[in-house]
Each structure stands twice: as structure tokens, then as C-alpha cells.
Write a protein that binds this ligand. Sequence first.
Ligand code: ADP
Length: 379
Amino acid sequence: MPQPSASLESPIRAALSTVDDPEINRPITELGMVESVTVSEAGVVAVRVLLTVSGCPMKDKLTRDVTAAVSRVDGVTGVQVELGVMSDAQRTELRTKLRGDAPANEIPFAQPGSRTRVYAVASGKGGVGKSSVTVNIAAALAAKGLSVGVVDADIYGFSVPRMLGVTGKPTQVDQMIMPPSAHDVKVISIGMFTPGNTAVVWRGPMLHRALQQFLADVFWGDLDVLLMDLPPGTGDIAISVAQLVPAAELLVVTTPQLAAREVAERAGSIALQTHQQIVGVVENMSWLDMPDGSRMELFGSGGGQAVADSLAASTGTRVPLLGQIPIDQTVREGGDSGAPVVLTAPDSPAAQALNAVAETLAARSRSLVGRSLGLTPSR
Ligand code: ADP
């Protein structure tokens, strides 16, 4: 007769295969993280799990998840989880498993077969709500079940982690950077790599390298959508994005104000030089709903449509106004507390407008047909 402990091993392995590594989102059994499983005669299970890095911020969750999964197996009377750390060789093997033979600095989103839609969110000037729009669209898309990542490349602001409530830090496995996440959105911010709150003078080439690293060395997994929060203005970074991910499309955020409109048009017109498509315009802070039901247009009106029309005329493509987001205290509060309004107050007019933009972006499927190659003929 087989030992009871031996007959438990296969259901325990099956239970372990339901546990995902919280950072990589793949079963720990597939990742080579389960080093050993032993079962005592009395049905007490000892599992040794190898962490990708020591001090992995997710180790408590991993211990809880493993314990819960194994405890559910019939006949198991107790679970002990012991944590170890992968050796360099095991980490290299893991990296190969995840990235295949792709060269270390290859950007997956720039490969011809990539199915990830990349949206670069741009604005002419700061303070128009570019980051607020980015995080709310990201959270809304993730809530729809899409796999979503955000690159916070706004060197002057790096507000995305706070707005999304991301408190974790990136961890490194071999040469891969594992992005922390919140609300099912993976986030990498330039602010995660600068000490404290210090302002860093980023020059073009440094920024280009940082962006290249974020796109190539961060393990994003199979993303449906990658949003990039660009610094305001028409700076070097927009050019870098165009070079690194030629298929990235621009999403332009503006307020209705004339001054914002003019600079937003300039920001958008960069797409002309880089041959990037403009997916559309979002007008933010469009009005304030008054208690008597009227709308107060604090920053004027018509700016978003004007930007869309002007960009359509200059690029010769269709540039829709994707939405108008009212001024709403809950948008600001959600940004301050790391709980995006699309999740916390989905019925508010601002959340509905943001959700509608996300809906439009989610419905677009990525097609390579008719896509510019981003090449400029030499003279
Ligand atoms: P940007 O990224 O363009 O610099 P932010 O997203 O940081 O702009 O927004 C600037 C400020 O305005 C933030 O405090 C944000 O919470 C607030 N804000 C943005 N959009 C709205 C809105 N629709 N209603 C109320 N406050 C908003």
C-alpha cells in the first residue's frame, strides 16, 4: 500500500501550480521557485520556496498564498513554508524562461509582432491633468480585465505612483526589473530611481537611456496596453518615444483654455515630424457642475475640439475628441489618496467621462495595416 504522504504529493503539486508569483504573475511551479515538497506521515507539508531576490517585498503574500493553497488539499494537516533565495544560475535560467532568447536591450513593444497598444500621453503644459487622465484610464482598463502597464516618464512630476497608490519598489531579478503594481496596474516611474524627492536634472541622452531601460529591462509580461505619461511640452522625450516605440500613438490632454490649447497643438504637431499617429484628444477640467444644475466653464470652452480639429488638419488624419472631463473634487482627492476616481466613484460624471475614454481605447485593436514605419527619407 502506498504511503499516505506519497499519494498527497501530486495534489499538492497541483495546488502549488495555482499560486502565482505576485510580481511575475506566473505559477511558481513554472518559474522553478518550488525547490522541494516533503510530506510527513501525519500529513504535515513542508514546502521550500525560492524567492527571486532576498528581501523580496512580496514574500509575506507568497507565504500566505502557498499556505492557503496547500491547506486546501484533502489529507493535509499542516503547512510549513520555508523561504530560500535563488542562486545566480537559477535567476539567469528564470530570465531566459521569461524573456526567451530576446537580446537584453530589445524593446518588446517595438517588435513587429507585438500586440501591445502603446499610448504616449502628452500635453503642452503642466497641470492640465495629464497624469490624472493617465492613471484613471489605466485603472479603468485594468478593471475591464486588460493587462495594463504605465511608464511614468514625467521627469518634472512623477506623480503616477502616488496617484495609483503604488507604494512598492521595483525589484531586480538578474537583469530584469520587476515593476510594482496597484489596482492591477504595473508601474515604473523615473521617481523610483531617484533618491528621496530630489529634483534631478535630466538631460536628453540620460532620459533616452532611462526610457530605453524602462521599456526593455522591465518585465512587463504580455501587456494589452502600455500608457506612457510624458513630461509636458514638446521636449526630447517625445522624440525618444517615437524612436524607441515607433508604433506608439499620442493621446493629447488639454484644458479648454486658449493658452493650453495652443501649446497642446504644438505638442501634438510633433507627431507630424515623428510620423506618430494621434489617437485623440482629451479635454480635462471642461466645466464645474454647479449645485443649481448649470455648468460653470472656468477655463472657457471648445479647447479640446479646437485642438482635435487643428491636429486633424495638420496631420491629415482623423483626430477625435475622445472626452470632456469635468472638474470634480473627487478626481483630485482620488489622486492624492492613490484611489482613482474611476474605481472609487464610478458614477460621478468625471469617472464616467474617463471611463468612456478608456472604453474607446480598449475597443481599438492593434493593426499593423497602414501603419507608418516611422522612417524619414534622407535627402
Ligand atoms: P499634469 O500631469 O498635467 O501636470 P495632474 O494630473 O498632476 O496634471 O493634475 C494637476 C492637479 O489637478 C492635480 O492636483 C489633480 O488632482 C488635479 N486635477 C486634474 N484633473 C482634475 C479634474 N478633472 N477635477 C479636479 N481636479 C483635477
